[in-house]
Design a protein. Structure first.
Lengths: 309, 321
């Protein structure tokens, strides 16, 4: 393109250009302002909780905290870890999350890989069997009767086995493998006498890091936050995951054994509220902190996995 | 060359080799079944057996007689539900909160994604993205705990602020009129950032050539957003809208149940919480009655998702399957 001397640009064009750049500047300002609004609305409750959790019991119960911690203290966090039910809830949740996620990943790959192979006879029928459960289910009561007839009520297994697979994640996994593992690669391996099982372990796993990151995050978060399964099927306090304990404290407001002396009601109320804020921070922090580190894998995995899901 | 390849194709040695490879492949495919066997057993046990068990909705379930042995009563349980005075309430509550959530909540992630996409400050963009998806990691229990804490008439920040302005404290969770607003707007707060991810990746996939062409034609940034970005993500919007519309009758149990208290029950009792109360929480649980309500809900869901999918397939050739 040859450079046009300024004098040759007509007045109309010049006007248009100025108009456009003015428009664009207004657009940029409005856009960033709205985004800032979004940012602050989401951020404020998070900041408020974080600040409250680092404040003193008195400051929390009298409403002195608005933005920054008041009377900086770690009493709330001390109380969290002195609370026996919370500690055992944490231990149980860590167990359910670790074991549950391992089972989930193995099972999801075992379902996702065969479904991703176009040569498998009867693939469509199997696929239908899986997807149909996403749009129709027997419901809560028949599931309860089944679990109860299997003798799984109030066992740790009920937190792992009935949720061993999530069909939605199987579909994501299958779509990913279909798009990343070409049929030729499987054929080449088979001609060399490689079995499917060995192929999965030696070829598929190293090529699926992105989708594994997504699946681990989805499943682990699911176990960490799981409440329903334990609520319906567990009765034994020492098997309760963290979320059930959290419900007692945060939703039902039953804080029992923090301060034994009933005369210190006011102090106790303040302590209970502080405990809640600290508990929210401690229970939600692990995934919030971990996510930015896997975010890159994650977005990639979601994009590939969701194509024509 | 062609003759040569023809000769090769028909040569018996090659043919037997092919057959061998076919046989080997069939052997290999047998392994695929071996791999999928365990997930398949899981699927049949934990998904299909409950579907078979759903027939207790048509029976009068007695634990001693078992599912198949209990007396057949036809549609009596369904009739009981349709005639119960709770029927209208739970259906209206379920649909109201669901439509509210869909209509008000659906556009927010799209707006957020467009704002992020049009932001020219990379650091601000990145921080905003991280902050807006953080609430997604908060569990339902904690989320409801936060709502209760914030709206508490004694120690809640909202009422502290009201008192500072000279207004009286309100117990928001005790008033049915506030219930749906609290439910939907906290959902928006929690989910917008996360749900924006899929739109952001759709926006990133738009051909930059389209933007360049529009710029040469003198389109402003606003015009480009309207005529390039939005049409570009429209297929994604359609698919997600179908998915949501198919879930209209499927309001999550957890958040609703946790937000319930005896005072707001008029607005907060929905199908899934009602099933739980009739079936598992009741002093004299009626399994058959509860599962008939659940089955009714599942069937409506199935019809809805098939209808929505059919319509969208006809209109825009976008289909889930």
């Amino acid at each position: 393109m040859t450079k046009v001397p300024t004098s040759q640009i007509s007045d109309v064009q010049k006007k248009q250009k100025i108009q456009r750049s003015l428009n664009d500047r207004v657009f940029t300002v409005v856009n960033d302002f709205l985004l800032l609004l979004f940012f602050l609305i989401v951020l404020y409750p998070l900041i408020y909780i974080l600040s409250s959790s680092f404040s003193s019991p008195k400051a929390v119960s009298t409403g002195q905290v608005f933005l920054w911690p008041v009377d900086l203290s770690l009493r709330g966090f001390e109380a969290v870890f002195e609370y026996k039910a919370v500690v055992s809830g944490f231990a149980n949740t860590i167990f359910y999350t670790l074991v549950g996620t391992c089972i989930n990943i193995v099972m999801t790959l075992m379902a996702g890989y065969p479904l991703s192979r176009r040569t498998m006879p009867g693939r469509r029928v199997l696929m239908f069997l899986f997807t149909f459960t996403m749009i129709f289910s027997g419901g809560l009561i028949p599931s309860y009767l089944l679990i109860s007839s299997m003798g799984m009520i109030n066992t740790r297994a009920v937190m792992l086995i009935p949720v061993a697979l999530n069909v939605y994640n199987v579909i994501i996994c299958r779509t990913f493998l279909e798009n990343t593992i070409p049929e030729e690669l499987v054929e080449a391996a088979q001609i060399d006498g490689c079995s499917h099982i060995r192929f999965v372990i030696q070829m598929v796993l190293p090529l699926s890091k992105a989708i594994l990151a997504v699946l681990v995050l989805y499943y682990a978060l699911g176990h960490w936050n799981a409440y329903f399964q334990a609520f319906i099927y567990l009765t034994d306090r020492n098997k309760f995951p963290l979320q059930i304990i959290l419900r007692d404290i945060l939703v039902l407001n039953s804080v029992s054994d923090i301060i034994a002396d009933p005369q210190l009601y006011k102090a106790r109320q303040g302590m209970a509220d502080l405990l809640k804020y600290s508990l929210i921070v401690v229970s939600s922090a692990p995934f919030m902190i971990a996510y930015p580190f896997v975010a890159k894998h994650f977005v990639k995995g979601v994009m590939i996995g969701s194509v024509k899901g | 060359m062609t003759v040569d390849s023809k000769v090769r194709q028909s040569s018996p040695a090659v043919r037997s080799k092919r057959l061998g490879s076919l046989r080997r492949r069939l052997n290999m495919d047998w392994q695929l079944y071996l791999i999928i066997l365990l997930p398949l057993i899981w699927l049949i046990v934990f998904q299909y057996i409950p579907m078979y068990g759903a027939q207790i909705a048509f029976r009068k379930f007695q634990a001693t007689k078992g599912i198949v042995g209990s007396d057949w009563v036809g549609l009596a349980n369904f009739a009981k539900f349709f005639q119960s005075y709770n029927f209208k309430k739970v259906i209206v509550n379920t649909l109201a909160v669901s439509f509210y959530d869909l209509i008000v909540g659906f556009p927010f992630p799209i707006i957020l994604a467009l704002l992020l996409n049009n932001c020219l400050r990379p650091r601000f963009k990145k921080i905003t993205q991280i902050v807006t998806y953080m609430p997604y990691f908060i569990s339902t229990v904690v989320m409801v705990g936060m709502i209760i804490q914030f709206t508490s008439p004694k120690v809640g920040i909202i009422n502290f602020a009201r008192q500072a302005m000279g207004l009286s404290a309100i117990d928001f969770m005790a008033i049915p009129g506030y219930f749906r607003h609290i439910y939907v707007w906290t959902n928006i707060w929690q989910g917008s950032g996360w749900n924006a991810i899929i739109y952001l990746s759709a926006l990133a996939a738009i051909d930059p050539g389209l933007h360049e062409a529009a710029m040469i034609d003198g389109a402003s940034r606003w015009k480009r957003m309207i005529h390039v970005d939005i049409p570009g993500i429209f297929p994604t919007i359609t698919v997600l809208l179908i998915l949501r519309a198919g879930q209209i009758m499927n309001v999550g149990f957890e958040k609703m149940f946790l937000m319930q208290n005896p005072l707001n029950l008029d607005a907060s009792e929905i199908i899934s919480t009602y099933v739980y109360k009739q079936g598992l929480a009741a002093a004299a649980p009626d399994f058959s009655y509860a599962s008939s309500i659940g089955l009714f809900n599942s069937v409506i869901n199935l019809i809805l998702i098939c209808t929505v999918n059919y319509v969208s397939n006809k209109l825009s050739e976008t289909s889930l399957w």
